[in-house]
Design a binder for this molecule. Structure first.
Ligand code: APR
Length: 231
């Protein structure tokens, strides 16, 4: 069993032009988390929250996958064992780059969710305040993204992957948000070799066996080529 488990964060989409959260001038420097990424913020001002996600949805739809996304798709394609890609990102650049079965633990910009009946459907490019649910007609449509204080999605599947990981790689994440920030510990407990890809060592860098610094579009394809050449 030589399963590779990958966790990605906003840093893998940075070179596709999508902003990260905690870098200089990032999204959390422009907006208060409590206003745009909590259920309370949505209840207080749904127009502000829809505006935030509509802008990100429109921007993400124009973005192109980069060499790091494409390298991970190549690894999934050519690696003889499973390659599980878990992302904290709500963009669809892994899929656009050719990856399959991507696990979006924080949901997706492409998804809409009914806050009343939990029906899910594809979101329009811009969601309006009070948009009604196609299933129950309640004016309760919201972005199908996981806000602070809500449970991330697919956690059982994620812990199963981590328990079977031969290699665990975290790419472009600051390691500040749980439970994702603890995945490296789970993987280490399973005996996995752990590697972090970042521009600078993240808060959790010391938990990794190896830290590879540089832009993901440079470091990830190089790592994938090396893995595949050693087969
Ligand atoms: N190549 C590699 N790493 C990069 C690049 C790049 N080109 N650009 C930025 N990074 C790194 C930054 O150094 C930083 O460590 O990506 C990381 C981005 O960190 P954050 O902005 O905190 O994003 P992320 O870790 O994905 O945030 C996790 O927090 O706000 C919530 O739900 C949101 O999913 C998000 C979660």
């Amino acid at each position: 069993m030589e399963k590779i488990v990958i966790l990605t964060g906003a840093g893998i989409s940075a070179e596709s032009g999508l902003g990260t959260f905690r870098d200089e001038g990032g999204l959390w420097a422009q907006h208060r988390i409590e206003d745009v990424a909590t259920p309370e913020g949505f209840a207080r001002d749904p127009a502000l929250v829809h505006g935030f996600y509509n802008a990100r949805r429109v921007q993400a739809a124009k973005a192109q996958p980069n060499a790091a996304h494409e390298a991970l798709a190549r690894l999934q394609q050519d690696w003889p064992d499973e390659v599980a890609i878990i992302t904290q990102n709500v963009d669809s650049l892994h899929e656009a780059g050719g990856s399959r079965n991507v696990i979006h633990m924080h949901g997706t910009l492409a998804g809409a969710l009914c806050a009343a009946c939990e029906h899910r459907w594809l979101s329009p490019p811009e969601m309006a305040v009070g948009e009604s649910c196609p299933a129950c007609a309640a004016p309760a449509a919201r972005p199908d993204v996981v806000w602070f204080g809500e449970m991330p999605y697919h956690m059982d599947a994620i812990y199963d992957h981590l328990a079977e990981a031969w290699i665990f790689a975290a790419i472009g994440t600051s390691g500040q948000v749980y439970p994702a920030a603890a995945f490296v510990h789970e993987a280490s407990l399973s005996g996995a070799r752990t590697v972090e890809f970042n521009l600078t060592p993240s808060d959790g860098a010391s938990s990794f066996d190896e830290v590879i610094l540089g832009p993901a579009t440079d470091t990830v394809p190089r790592w994938v080529d090396k893995l595949l050449s050693q087969r």
